[in-house]
Design a protein around this ligand. Structure first.
Ligand code: NOJ
Ligand code: MG
Length: 443
């Protein structure tokens, strides 16, 4: 049997639920060179989100109460937020301990070479567990903004070990306290530290495998990437990283999402600004092809040029509209006859002997040597010249067609394919009704 190919998934595109960082809503628009330009309230922000169709919100501990707040103040502040949430109808998705703003974490938090600092990070993380439980947070995030170095004052391997074991202490404590949710690490390639530990999805995935080997923990400890910001700022492509996270079952219950000009400082622009709509489309398509059911959480903010109290409303609408447009484009892609013809040609027919080789050599297959050797010898390849003669023009054509779909020019763009072998497929199916209701996006 040919393996199910996710990239040809044609199931229903179910719109993903949406969330936002509470810190984004109250962002005052200051930057390292300039003062605040606005003073937005959480109440207004939550209303704007509710009206736009965002159903969840996330908080850092420090967004709600000062780091040294006594328990009564923490309880009071959590109560206040619960009331605000009741009024706005939003629920809490993630809770995260801010281990980057307090000057005590200037040498790192979980990963600091200084034991007294590592201990402070663990205590702060464990305190957050109680607030997370009270708020009903479904997930606890660890973003290691300060987990890194500039001068390699400690062995970088030990830095990673301290980072992950410190977070592990908080996770094990949370489970001991009866916290039922999941935990995610949010990697970021660099900034504010110049060199960050476990800074990409791949590096963090490998860290999770090493430091959370137990089945129960491995099922609950995952990654929430931030796309495109946390990878595109180094010129990496989010769709490459996301594909691997999905393939290796390392994706947590949300991704962070926004806009980012490539190879620049973390911009946290609104989605659609500054980045590549094609990469954004592929992120959306990968999630839907994998029938992901987690949240898209916007971790971005209005530009500093937006200083009026109205800006947040349009910003919230842009977040939602842009993501929904991407989902609509996934529907268009899946229905597109030219794409179907191109995919049919690119993926070709399965080769039974190839499947056999992959079966007997796959992880834990434990086939004996003769079986493996026989299977490889049965591969029906004759000359490499024959393989080189295979027509692969469909791959570039696929790129053109995706670009048309992303730009919304696929109707007029179809004429460009006239006279190609993929246009024939279009003629055959163009007037056919949509095959089933299952292909409709429900938004
Ligand atoms: C950095 C990370 O993207 C995010 O998740 C973190 O908690 C916020 N920005 C804090 O500003
Ligand atoms: Mg983020």
């Amino acid at each position: 049997m040919p393996k199910f190919r996710r990239s040809q998934n044609r199931t229903k595109v179910i719109p993903l639920p949406l969330s936002i960082g509470g810190w984004c809503l109250v962002n005052p628009g200051g930057d390292p060179f300039g003062d605040a330009v606005r003073a937005p309230t959480l109440t207004d922000g939550l209303r704007a989100c509710r009206d736009a169709g965002i159903t969840h919100v996330s908080f850092h501990d420090r967004d709600l109460y000062p780091d040294d707040a006594p328990q009564e103040i923490i309880d009071e502040k959590v109560d206040q937020v619960l009331r605000l949430l009741e009024d706005s109808g939003l629920k809490v998705l993630c809770f995260t301990t801010n281990l980057f703003s307090n000057p005590c974490f200037r040498s790192g938090a979980f990963s600091s070479p200084i034991p007294a600092v590592r201990q402070a990070a663990i205590v702060k993380g464990c305190r957050s567990v109680h607030a997370a439980k009270r708020l009903g947070a479904l997930n606890i995030i660890f973003w290691g903004g300060r987990e890194g170095t500039e001068v390699f004052e400690q062995d970088s391997g030990e830095g990673v070990r301290n980072y992950l074991l410190g977070a592990r202490a908080v996770i094990v404590y949370a489970i001991a306290q009866g916290y039922q949710g999941t935990f995610t690490f949010e990697p970021k390639v660099y900034e504010p530290r110049f060199h960050s530990f476990a800074a990409t999805g791949a590096a963090m995935g490998s860290g999770i495998r090493e430091f959370f080997p137990e089945t129960e923990l491995a099922a609950r400890v995952k990654i929430n990437p931030e796309y495109p910001q946390h990878v595109a700022m180094l010129g990496l492509n989010p769709a490459i990283e996301l594909g691997q996270l999905l393939e290796e079952d390392l994706l947590g219950p949300c991704i962070h999402f926004g806009g980012q000009p490539p190879c620049r400082m973390d911009a946290d622009f609104a989605p659609g600004l500054g980045g590549s709509p094609t990469d954004d489309f592929h992120v959306c398509k990968l999630l839907h092809d994998a029938t992901y059911r987690g949240f898209v959480e916007f971790d971005c903010r209005p530009l500093r040029t937006s200083a009026s109290e109205h800006a947040i409303r349009l910003f919230a609408r842009q977040c939602v509209a842009y993501w929904r447009q991407l989902e609509q484009k996934v529907v268009t892609f899946r229905r597109d006859p030219i794409i179907r013809a191109l995919q049919a040609e690119i993926f070709g027919e399965p080769i039974a002997q190839l499947e056999d080789v992959l079966t007997v050599t796959m992880p834990n297959a434990a086939a004996d040597s003769n079986v493996v050797i026989d299977a490889v010898n049965r591969l029906p390849i004759r000359t490499f010249a024959e393989t080189a003669a295979i027509d692969t023009d469909a791959i570039e054509a696929f790129g053109y067609r995706v670009q048309q779909i992303v730009c919304g020019t696929h109707r007029e763009g179809a004429t460009m394919f006239c006279g190609t072998r993929w246009a024939a497929a279009q003629a055959k199916t163009a007037d056919a009704p949509v095959e089933s209701e299952a292909e409709e996006a429900s938004n």
